[in-house]
Design a binder for this molecule. Structure first.
Ligand SMILES: [Zn+2]
Ligand SMILES: [Zn+2]
Length: 245
């Protein structure tokens, strides 16, 4: 069984990534994926595209080289309420919405404040995934976060990139904690490469060993089935509509 999807990647539009959208899609197809998600950084990240980039994504076909493309954003969580840095009218146009804390843009608070920030984003019916909730520089209460993932139907990401970034602290330990809690509460996760170049698409060289060590059930990893992942996102859109937001 192999992965059918990787839904957190960046292109040159993000300012510090190096492949074009076409190159990324082509490589994802060559690697046997069925779905690639491209999620550029939103505007508070230095050097990334402006909001108009997201507004105009409709011009890009959602199928290239025989695979499905989902185009979205990795939004920045900006405060302890979980506010994100794109207006709703732009988020509404995105196929995929990841919200992440980046410590260059967010003032790290107490564990309680940081947890409130992530919970705020999880409660936002427009957000699908919390990106790399594993950075020990920004401590979180994982028990609360994992329970919220189930309650608010927002995926937690197991980010391959985090474990090799020296700037992120205790990522491996924190990912172990997250996986063990997800196993305990029967909560699905999404494993993403966070690729900033084609060669890194669908890379799990750091994350898979942790998944294996924790004996994490395959049924709870959404990457094995496009159908399961799409159903998860469709449920989010239905909930969003219901919420009237
Ligand atoms: Zn990020
Ligand atoms: Zn990213």
């Amino acid at each position: 069984m192999s992965f059918e999807l990787d839904v957190h990647t960046h292109t040159i539009a993000s300012g510090h990534a190096y492949g074009t959208l076409t190159e990324m899609a082509k490589e994802a197809a060559a690697r046997g994926l069925k779905l690639l998600g491209i999620t550029e950084h939103s505007h508070c990240m230095p050097g990334t595209c402006n909001d108009l980039y997201f507004v105009n994504l409709r011009v890009v076909p959602r199928e290239m080289f025989g695979i499905r493309l989902m185009l979205g954003a990795e939004l920045n969580i900006m405060d302890y309420e979980g506010a994100v840095d794109l207006p709703d009218r732009i988020i509404d146009r995105l196929d995929l919405r990841i919200a992440s804390i980046h410590t260059n843009l967010y003032r790290v608070g107490t564990t309680q404040q940081n947890t409130a920030a992530v919970l705020g984003a999880m409660k936002n019916p427009k957000i699908d995934i919390i990106g790399h909730p594993d950075d020990g520089n920004c401590p979180l209460d994982y028990e609360q976060i994992v329970r919220a993932s189930k309650e608010y139907h927002t995926l937690l990401e197991i980010n391959n990139n985090s474990m090799r970034m020296p700037s992120r602290k205790n990522a491996r330990e924190n990912i172990t904690v997250i996986l063990n809690l997800c196993k305990k509460y029967d909560v699905p996760v999404i494993m993403n490469s966070d690729a900033h170049f084609m060669t890194d698409i669908a890379n799990t060289d750091h994350s898979m060993p942790v998944v294996e060590q924790t004996d994490f059930p395959k049924e709870l990893i959404l990457n094995y089935s496009v159908e399961k992942f799409e159903a998860y996102i469709a449920e989010n859109r239905a909930k969003e509509k219901e919420s009237g937001k």
